[in-house]
Write a protein that binds this ligand. Structure first.
Ligand code: MN
Length: 130
């Protein structure tokens, strides 16, 4: 079971986030828009969703609303990722049900700190015996 679903239409951003998560020990899966994300969320459990907002087919607002309307997914942590620095953007993301918000361009530290506020870290690797 992957820890995190990366929902992001931009391939470069998708790869950057995937790399960052893998380095931090999280497993992940990817979806290129909100509709694909809903299919994946229906098929298996995830611990957290990183949700881009501007995407073709189904955007992050609509995908988040759909998740919150699903009794099985209503408590799933969702972090919005958006390049849109428009005033009110964070409030708009929170209003549709996102738990937290990260503005692009984001730093590795901000992404990991935000995730750490919502879910437990990946299972610790067995410490090497000295
Ligand atoms: Mn996008």
């Amino acid at each position: 079971m992957p820890d995190i679903l990366i929902v992001e239409d931009n391939q470069v951003n998708q790869k950057l986030i995937a790399f960052l998560l893998a380095r931090a020990g999280f497993t992940y899966d990817r979806a290129e828009n909100g509709a694909v994300a809903l299919q994946k969320l229906a098929a298996e459990p995830y611990r957290l969703v990183l949700m881009d907002i501007m995407m073709p087919v189904m955007n992050g607002y609509d995908a988040t609303r759909a998740i919150r309307n699903d009794p099985r997914l209503k408590d799933l942590p969702i972090v919005a990722l958006t390049a849109n620095a428009m005033r009110g953007e964070e409030e708009r993301c929170r209003a549709v049900g996102c738990n937290d918000f990260i503005a692009k361009p984001y730093s590795k530290d901000v992404v990991l700190a935000t995730i750490a506020r919502l879910i437990e870290p990946p299972a610790a690797q067995a410490a090497p015996t000295a």
